[in-house]
Write a new protein. Structure first.
Length: 298
């Protein structure tokens, strides 16, 4: 089911059936987010989406394997040829529209193993997304509540594909960045090196980055001088990590506020602020993301 939300110059389309995704977001007819079809995300069946929820965890899990309470779990591969699992399973499922208005909507998803695939996620949960459109921004609240009989680790985040131009400049503050191994997973947390310091803004036109930053200030700004638009992404705790993905030669970038670092579920014992939260029965983790837009002439 498609939903069209609007407020003044902002237009947002939601695709509930395709992972509860944002299908499009425009302001004054200009793309804020860029609809992208990623063949690796096979459960989207080739549909282009402009953003999707990361539930009940963000980023990669090494080999799709993790342990909770002494029990070992194996998740199915869900991301192309990669051996592991990525971004949870909420993006793979059809969501239901609970209620909606002209400029707002609430989507919900229930995951109930074994009726729903254990290989996607072995624990029962309820998730919700609350969308509200304003004249110059989209606000999204994402939540996950434990509906299992056991505690389980969880995270949350949002994966927007932000439209970018050749001269785009990205600016955000971060204390540290995780170096990566050949498998794309974190090895060591480093002080942000000069070549990855976006504190004063850096061009990203030809630079390929796929890294997780920590200790972020909560605000990222992408300036697009060619169309006079700046996209502002704001997120507060627990979305304290920022996954930046700038594929070379593409007209989009992934600027992802997330609660947990990649493979955080397997680093809970040795990284105090890795970001996964152990949810007790009935407990919830939630996060709020604001995608705002500024333009020449206000």
């Amino acid at each position: 089911m498609m939903l069209d939300l609007r407020k003044d110059d902002c237009r947002v389309r939601l695709d509930a059936a395709t992972g509860g995704a944002i299908a499009a977001f425009t302001w004054r007819g200009v793309e804020v987010l860029r609809p992208v079809s990623d063949a690796r995300l096979r459960a989207q069946h080739g549909r282009a989406v402009a953003g999707y929820p990361l539930i009940p965890y963000a980023n990669r899990i090494l080999g799709g394997r993790f342990s909770v309470g002494g029990e070992r779990f194996q998740l199915a591969r869900n991301f192309g040829d990669e051996a592991g699992s990525i971004h949870g399973n909420a993006w793979m499922r059809a969501w239901r529209v609970v209620e909606s208005g002209v400029d707002w909507a609430r989507l919900a998803l229930s995951h109930r193993p074994p009726d729903d695939p254990v290989s996607e996620w072995p624990f029962a949960y309820d998730a919700a997304q609350d969308f509200r459109v304003f004249a110059d921004r989209l606000e999204v609240r994402l939540s996950v509540r434990n509906r299992d009989t056991r505690p389980f680790p969880a995270g949350v985040g949002l994966h927007p594909y932000v439209a970018r131009t050749a001269g785009a400049r990205l600016r955000f503050e971060a204390d540290t960045v995780w170096s990566k191994g050949a498998d794309g997973l974190p090895m060591a947390r480093l002080a942000v090196p000069e070549e990855m310091d976006f504190g004063r803004g850096r061009a990203i036109g030809g630079e390929e980055i796929d890294s997780c930053f920590a200790g972020c200030g909560g605000v990222a700004l992408l300036e697009r001088p060619e169309d006079g638009v700046a996209v502002v992404i704001e997120a507060g705790p627990p979305l304290d990590h920022f996954q930046v993905y700038t594929p070379a030669g593409k007209d989009f970038c992934g600027l992802e506020p997330v609660s947990n670092m990649p493979d955080g579920i397997n680093r809970m014992a040795d990284v105090a602020d890795q970001g996964m939260v152990m949810l007790g029965v009935g407990e919830e983790i939630s996060g709020r993301v604001v995608i705002g837009v500024e333009g020449a002439g206000g």
